[in-house]
Design a protein around this ligand. Sequence first.
Ligand SMILES: [Zn+2]
Length: 307
Amino acid sequence: MRVAGVADIGGTNTRVALIREDKSLLAIDRFRTPAGIDPAEVTSRVGATLVRFIRSASVPELCGIGVSVAGPVDLASGSISHPPNMPFDEVPIVTPLSVAFGCPITLMNDCRAAVLGEVFAGGAKGYRHVVYITISTGIGGGVYSDGRVLMGRGGNAGEIGHFTVESQYMQPCSCGKAGHWEGCSSGGGMPGFYQTWCRVHNVSRIGTFGYTEDILAAASAGDPVVCAFIKTLAEINGRGISTVIVAYDPDIIIFDGPVVTAHQDLILYPALDHLDHYLPTPAIAISPLGGNAPLFGVAAAVFSREL
Ligand SMILES: [Zn+2]
């Protein structure tokens, strides 16, 4: 049976695995993404882990290697371009792995990979029109339409975190613009948006929440100010999801990322009450892949060789 080598390189952690064509995991490991001075260290660490797996599992050869990365990819050069949370301008991926392993290398943005992973082995099996939404440090999206992943000119289509969803607060976004979904509702943006919300509504008791988890814990405990903020957040998330629905008309939306998967009662269900229902509401599901959707997605790309 064919085996793919796969890696998901994030700003904080990197996961490396071997996945069989029957969708079973043969080996998986995780390490902190190298953040030294040499960007080649990222790729060499991925390669060394794959070599260790290949030897211990007695895999005769890989049919290909798939790599997903957080942030923009440069498909023309086969590298990660200006990755967020990594101190490098460019991380070469395709050429060094191709030289080391002599097999085809596939490079994808992690959210484009994740939606393919959900279709291949997760919660969207059998669907033709799928949107994957992850709410974690940022907000990202992947779109699968008419049986293909929507890639766009440079492989970066579906950057839904930068949909404009509000103009009342003009909350700054990590991209430098304002009013974007990610700036308000992501794990990285929510503490700053809470401060802005308190200021705009003249709430004198401004909390000192440094982390999104603290805000969500206060909401769970019934803090009335934070609960009012969560209502605003639900309206904004409803706008974001409504925009996704009219943009892509999916059969199903799969949600992933700890902000939403661990807080469905605070983040997901209240947002669904604010959908504008211009189009019929698609099926809504939580990813069953435990954070491994990008790995399964690049494996699917390796096996199919068609995107
Ligand atoms: Zn933005």
